[in-house]
Design a binder for this molecule. Sequence first.
Ligand code: GDP
Ligand code: MG
Length: 294
Amino acid sequence: MKIRDTFLGTKKSLTDRIKEAFGGAIDDELYDNITEALILGDIPYETAEKIMEGAKNSLKRRQMSDADAVIGAVRESMLEIINNSPAFGGFEFPCILLVMGVNGVGKTTTIAKIANYYQKRGKSLMLAAADTFRAAAGEQLEIWAERLNVPIVTSVTGQDAASVIFDAISSAGARKVDMLICDTAGRLQNKKNLMEELNKLYRVCERNGGAFHTYAVIIADAMTGRSNLDQIEEFSNIKKPDTVIVTKTDGSAKGGVILAIADKFRIPVSFLGVGETPEDLVEFDAREYVNAII
Ligand SMILES: Nc1nc2c(ncn2[C@@H]2O[C@H](COP(=O)(O)OP(=O)(O)O)[C@@H](O)[C@H]2O)c(=O)[nH]1
Ligand SMILES: [Mg+2]
C-alpha cells in the first residue's frame, strides 16, 4: 500500500467540498466552507485557520481564482505547516525504542512492523514485553517475535515492567543488538500511575542504556482522530515523544490528526501503519501525505 491510498475518505470529502463550495468567486463564504471541511477532517480549528491564512495569501499573491488553484493553495499551505515542524531524521543505532500509547491504538502490531522494517535493512533486533498489565499482551508479542525470528524478553502478567526492561537492556547489550523495542502498558489502574510508570521506564532506559540511544515513540490511532491529541499532550508532560507513528490510516480514518501533531506538538511523524501485517508500514512523506488528503 502507498501513502496515496490512505485517508481516502478525507480526500474525497475535502476535494468535493471545495469544488462544491466554489461558486466562481473566492470569498469569505468559500473560505468558511473550506475551514469547516478541514475541521471535519480532524484538523483542529486553530490549525485549519492557519492553513486558510496561508492559502489566502498565496492565492492573493498569485491572483489565481479557480477551484483547482484553491485546492493547490490549501495543499501548499498544509505542506508548509508540516515542513515547519521538525522532520524525522531516523534512529541512531544502537537504540532502545520505548513504545507508548493507549490500549488498542496498535502498539504491539506496530512493534512487529518496526522490527520487520529494520530487520529487512540488516539490523539485529530484540523485543521486550513490558506491557505486564494486560493479560495476554506478552503472548501477542511473543507470537510476533517467533514469526519474525527475533529474540524476546518475556514477562508474566503483573511483573514489574521496569525489571523486564532492565533485563532486556542487559541482554541487548550482551548480544550487541542494534535495536531493542519495548512494548508498554496502555492502561494501568489510573492515569496518574500510567504516566509515572512510563516516566520510570524511560529513566530506566536512559540510565542503563549505556551506548544505546533511547527514543520515546508514541503510537496514535488515526481512527480516533483528535482524541489522540490529549494523549500526546499527556505523554509530552513526562517526556516529549521523539516521534509519532500513526496507525490505521488504511481504514476510513481522517488524515487531519497528522497536521495537528505537526502544528501543535512539532513532533516528527516517522511512519504510517497501513494494515495489520508486519509489512504494512510506510515511511512518512509530507508531500505524499498532503496529496493523499487533498
Ligand atoms: N487496519 C489496521 N489495523 C491495525 C493497524 N495497526 C494495528 N491494527 C489493529 O488494531 C488492533 C489493536 O492492535 P494492538 O497492536 O493489539 O494494539 P495495542 O493494544 O496498542 O498493543 C489489532 O486488531 C490490530 O490488528 C493498522 O495500521 N491498520
Ligand atoms: Mg499491546
